[in-house]
Ligand binder design. Structure first.
Ligand SMILES: CC(C)(COP(=O)(O)OP(=O)(O)OC[C@H]1O[C@@H](n2cnc3c(N)ncnc32)[C@H](O)[C@@H]1OP(=O)(O)O)[C@@H](O)C(=O)NCCC(=O)NCCS
Length: 187
């Protein structure tokens, strides 16, 4: 079980649970086709973002395998909501997890996603005691793959046309990090 203390502060960022007041900033990127391009869902209509926000507000801890924790990432200096990071507890017996990240393109290319995603690895390994954390992306999602490689995850697999998403067959790339690798490389 993992019930982190919030907020989580990094050099430039504040990670905290989503709140009702985040709707505009959340929809600003959830509505964008370029953000949804390699995600399973979206781009979202306002009503869909509202539902997504309600789910996010409730997802602040990992009580059991299958739970997902989602945090809003805020630029401390300006208070702007940049995007979100998440951590899913995949398996208790195998101590496996998965992390993810979605950011507003207005803030891409500054290292913010990496700075926030590291905190998901830290929660997973140091907080929950996971043995292995994976990240998955569509094979054409080079920004996501670069980010995971930069964080020190190993590219473990490339599945060919294993998913049918938004009307087409997708390839999936899987990255992973072990707790021992985290201990060696922890930022
Ligand atoms: C995946 C995603 C979050 C990556 O965002 P990003 O801004 O490229 O990632 P980072 O915040 O780590 O920034 C890295 C870039 O900033 C640059 N950068 C600038 N200042 C930096 C700093 N202080 N520290 C680290 N990197 C810095 C890096 O050189 C790098 O540039 P590059 O990708 O051209 O090599 C973003 O593309 C996104 O939200 N995509 C849409 C949603 C999505 O597909 N999510 C993933 C689903 S699997």
């Amino acid at each position: 079980m993992l019930r982190p203390e919030y907020p989580i502060e990094t050099a430039r960022l504040t990670l905290r649970p989503f709140a009702e007041t985040d709707f505009d900033a959340l929809h600003a990127y959830q509505k964008l086709p370029e953000v949804a391009r390699y995600l399973y869902e979206g781009p979202r209509e306002p009503a869909e973002t509202a539902e997504a926000l309600e789910r996010r507000i409730a997802r602040t801890s990992l009580e059991k395998a299958g739970d997902v924790l989602v945090l809003a990432v805020v630029l401390r200096e300006t208070g702007e909501l940049l995007g979100e990071v998440n951590l899913c507890w995949l398996s208790e017996s195998n101590r496996q997890g998965e992390f993810g990240f979605v950011f507003n393109p207005a803030f891409h290319g500054n290292g913010y996603a990496g700075e926030a995603a590291v905190e998901m690895l830290r929660l997973g390994f140091d907080g929950l005691g996971l043995h292995r954390i994976i990240g998955r992306c569509e094979a054409r999602n080079t920004a996501s793959a670069r980010l995971m490689a930069r964080l020190g995850l190993r590219r473990e697999a490339h599945f060919v046309q294993n998913e049918f998403v938004k009307g087409e067959w997708n390839d999936e790339v899987v990255f992973a990090m072990l707790a021992t690798e985290w201990a060696d490389a922890r930022p």
